[in-house]
Design a protein around this ligand. Sequence first.
Ligand SMILES: [Fe+2]
Length: 390
Amino acid sequence: MNWWNALLLFLLIAGHTSLLVTLVNRVHGLPLPCRTLKNLRHIHDLLIPLFPIILVWFVGLTGPKLLLGGSWHEVSLGWRLYLCLCAAGTLGLLWASVRYLTHRPPRQQRASRSEVVDIAKELGGPPLGEGPLLWLAKTPCNEIFQVEFSHHTFVLPRLPREWDGLSILHLSDWHMVGTLDKPFFERVTEMCLEHTSDLVIFSGDLLDRQECEEWLPETLGRIHGRLGQYYILGNHDWYLRDQEIRNHMHALGWHDLASQVIHIPYEGRTLAIGGDETPWMGQPPRFDDAAQHDFRLLVCHTPDNIGRARRDGVDLMLSGHNHGGQVNLPVIGPVYSPSIYGSRYSGGAFWESPTLMYVSRGLSGRHPLRLRCRPEITRLTLKSPEPATT
Ligand SMILES: [Fe+2]
């Protein structure tokens, strides 16, 4: 056995896996039909275990017999070209790991704390219903019921001093489908009601099953902000009858931000708050009518639209969609993240001047599995660089 060649082949297999994950992440950031995405995932699921077997057999044990002391000069041109691609995948994986290990919150984040509630423990057993993928929900060490209530304080350069201390409850990606049962969402609602907030924001992916709309009055319908509650829908709502969801949310007192900017006068200043459901629905909101000094808040399901937010001079962008990756591997970090940026914006705070973007890990997901990536609800407190003196 040639161990040096075995190590190289192992790294190339890792690179091959990395390429497939990169491809799957990128296409899931695009507005493709559910069936197309599912088929692509099936191909990905097949190729990941198949490639090592083919490589070991045709390159390692037969042909050039690299594992048995053969030479790389004997490797055919076709294999060489593909293995070069795999090497690029290995470098990409290394880069993503370095980025993950060195990532720190932006300096605008001045304080942070969190509390974790184990809802399964509180309710005396896991609140599981009759939705899909129940077997996955029962995976050992699964964190789907360990809800983390994160509290973050950010200093934002353009926050009016009169608004110092403005609080926002940010909710995202509840994915009600029936696997996590209604009592789970009712208990999370209780957690939300423990604090009053100025604004309540929901940033998309509310439902995965239309019938779960019935749960809304006793969950989101109970949550209110002093300045109102605002929402957009996400790609999973796009697969359903989204207008029905909007009608229901309207009846519960939630304001639909889709494709528009709403101006809210507050303490003598104006908050321009816009909603972006692209690339799945509607158009990007236009901040043209907002005065130069208005504070701009964008609620956008995917963090992929950060570039446009920066061009629009958005001060704060609230997103979800990427679920923190759901499975967070040691050293490597999050792997699956449905974004054109891969796992770069899977979750957390990012300063992309002049915009502070907060990406929620969300509360649930179509796939009920979370490892080292707890579900999240977030309360943001905004501070002005020059707080008003009384
Ligand atoms: Fe989602």
